[in-house]
Structure formats: C-alpha cells, structure tokens
Design a protein around this ligand. Structure first.
Ligand SMILES: [Zn+2]
Length: 294
C-alpha cells in the first residue's frame, strides 16, 4: 500500500510537471505542431518572463495599452491574442476543416471591408494577414481572415484544429488562431536569448492581427509601394500602431533589454531587423482609401 501510494504520488508529480509547463503560456497546441516546437515556444515565454526589467518605450506601451512595463505584462498581452497554435501544413480551406456553425448572423458593420483588403481579393483564396508571401513564412494569424469571411457571409464559422475535438468558434478575431511556419525556427542558435526575443517580437506582430474593428479589423497589410524592398507584396502597414510598428519598436527595445545576455552582433541584428520593420510603416499608401489615423 505504501509503495503503491508512492508510485501514485510520483505519477501525479510528473503529470503536474507537464501541465505546469503547458500552463506557463496557456497556449493550446494542435497535434500537428512538433513537440520540439511546442517546448521551444514554451521556453520562449518562460525565459522572457524571467527577464527582470524590460526597459522604457512609452510609445510601445501606449500602443499595447500596457500601464507598467514588464515582460509579464507583454506576455499576457500576447496570450490574450494568440491562443491556439497550428502546424505549417494546417489548411483552413481543406475539406471539413472550416464549417458553418450558425447561419444568418447579423454582424456589426457587415459591409465594411477592413483597410488593406481589396474587394476583388475576397474570392478564394482568402487574403490572410499572413506575412511575406514570396519569402519564407514565419507565422500567420488565421483568425482575422476567418472572422472576416464569417462576417461577410453572415455566418459564424467553426474550425476543426487537429487534436482539439470541438471546433473553435470564430466569434471574433480574438480567437487567436495562429499558424507557425518553417521560418520561425531557422535561427542557427534557436535557444539563445536573442533568438527568443526575436520570436517574441514575431508573436507580438501576430497578436496585433487579432485586434481591430471595422476598418482596422485584423490590421491586414497593404501592398508595399514601388521601390520598396517588398514592392507588390502585402508586407506594409499604414496603421501607425499596427503589427509592423509594434514589432519594430519591440525589436529595438529588446536589443537594449537583452543587455549583457546578447552579444554585440546579436543586438546589432535585432536593431537591423527593427529598422527593417519600421521601414514597412507608411503614413499613406496608394491603396489606402481611409481617412484619419487608425
Ligand atoms: Zn502580419
């Protein structure tokens, strides 16, 4: 009996260890996300939360509507907007994946297309707020496009994610359904803090796609103007508080946050990337037909 109890106790401890790790981020993973990727993302949040001081960037904090700067507050901000993670082959257009849960639903501002979405684009395939279509995809937020699809058709959609028995109800872009792709773990030293900070900045970007309403719904990207490195691709923003603005400011802040834990070269890489992201934000673009600030 004593032995038996000890074995049970050990089993419980092991089980708690596993669920404790999952609870660290509260993210739900589809079964098609490799365990090694799940572990790495969990460690990203854990190591990030361990950083005692984030540094100062009042503008970034005001964009995120965070009162006091901390890595915990930033993690929580992400996790309120990124909730379910799928693998790279997940396809919302595959048979039986996206279903209609309720028909004839009245959405607010039903006819209103968000900025960055052109009417003709709405036929199959749906534009996704996904990034860099002609380069390696890092991560995409699928929730915004699915919500828009439901809104325009007047239906509540549901999505079957591998390993999760009940369909995710797409009741708002905040469903937080994101897809990780091959580009997310290409860093040759993926466990360095610099690599983790880089992935956290990517998650901040994707999290922003879960925000917005009406014209700013999903913070869809615009086609970059002629002469830009990404000319012709939907890889630019007009929103001054959109995904690229947030990602750029976060990368710049993280370069100083990292301090002695990053090498000079790593910090330089974070700053270069920050400048690249900032260079995707424009006060206005030819395709932009809105007025006022977003
Ligand atoms: Zn994006």
């Amino acid at each position: 009996m004593g032995h038996h109890a000890r074995i049970l106790a050990l089993t419980a401890a092991v089980a708690m260890g596993i669920s404790g790790a999952a609870a660290a981020s509260r993210l739900r993973y589809a079964s098609d996300v490799p365990k090694s990727h799940q572990k790495r993302l969990e460690a990203d949040f854990e190591r990030f939360r361990e950083i005692p001081a984030i540094g100062e960037d009042p503008l970034l904090l005001s964009m995120l509507e965070i009162q006091s700067p901390s890595t915990e507050a930033i993690s929580d901000w992400i996790l309120a907007r990124v909730k379910v993670v799928t693998g790279k082959d997940f396809n919302t257009g595959a048979p039986g994946v996206t279903v209609t849960l309720r028909e004839g639903v009245v959405y607010p501002q039903r006819e209103e297309l968000p900025w960055g979405v052109v009417k003709g684009e709405l036929e199959d395939p749906l534009p996704e707020p996904g990034d860099q279509p002609k380069t390696v995809t890092v991560m995409s937020n699928l929730g915004g496009a699915l919500y828009l699809d439901g809104k325009l058709s007047g239906n509540i959609l549901g999505v079957y994610v591998p390993g999760i028995p009940e369909p995710l109800e797409i009741l708002s872009p905040r469903v937080g359904l994101v897809q990780i792709d091959q580009g997310l773990f290409t860093n040759p030293e993926p466990d360095r803090l610099a690599a983790r900070l880089h992935r956290v900045s990517t998650m901040l970007h994707e999290a922003r796609h879960s925000d917005g309403t009406g014209k700013s719904l999903g913070f869809f990207h615009f086609v970059c103007p002629d002469g830009h490195d990404y000319a012709g691709q939907e890889a630019c923003d007009v929103a001054q508080n959109g995904p690229y603005a947030i990602e750029g400011r976060a990368l710049k802040l993280f370069a100083s946050t990292c301090g002695a834990r990053c090498t000079k070269k790593e910090k330089e890489m974070l700053r270069l990337e920050a400048a690249e992201m900032a260079g995707r934000v424009f006060p206005a673009l030819p395709a932009f037909s809105g007025e006022g600030a977003m």
